[in-house]
Design a protein around this ligand. Structure first.
Ligand SMILES: [Zn+2]
Length: 148
């Protein structure tokens, strides 16, 4: 506990914990709502499903989408739990690249941000540059394929 307070002040720790917990409750609520909706729909459409096969498969797809959404949210919940552990350890909220504190406002929007704004911008620029280069080399090889 002491080591955490050495590297992060109490106020920031509380605020970050608050951000993560709020997010966790929000998503947990959404997951519960979704599960409830899926269950209600399943019982309501249970009889009808047997009569129409084409509708049945359509509903199955919808169920799959719902399920995927729930799964995605469950994964987010797991990430929040991991972030809370890292917060206790004192490693959450710091830039992966330069080690600086990531602004609370940034973490509020992007709770899993691994980099501070300036490092992220550098990374984005680099990524865009590589994408352009990749697109260019692809275009070149495409031209080569056509002419050759
Ligand atoms: Zn940074």
């Amino acid at each position: 506990m002491k080591s955490r307070l050495n590297c992060m002040n109490e106020e920031r720790y509380r605020e970050l914990r608050c951000i993560l917990q709020e997010r966790r409750e929000e998503i947990a609520g959404e997951v519960q709502n979704k599960i409830r909706t899926v269950r209600t729909e399943a019982t309501h459409s249970g009889g009808r499903r047997l009569t129409d096969v084409s509708e049945n498969s359509e509903l199955d797809i919808q169920d799959d989408i719902e399920f995927a959404l729930i799964q995605m949210k469950a994964e987010t919940l797991a990430r929040i739990a991991a972030a809370l552990v890292r917060l206790e350890e004192g490693s959450y909220g710091y830039c992966y690249e330069c080690g600086d504190e990531i602004a609370n406002e940034r973490l509020r929007v992007l709770p899993f941000a691994a980099r501070c704004r300036s490092c992220e911008e550098v990374r984005e620029t680099e990524r865009t540059r590589q994408r352009v280069l990749a697109a260019r080399s692809k275009a070149v090889s495409l031209c080569g394929a056509i002419s050759g």
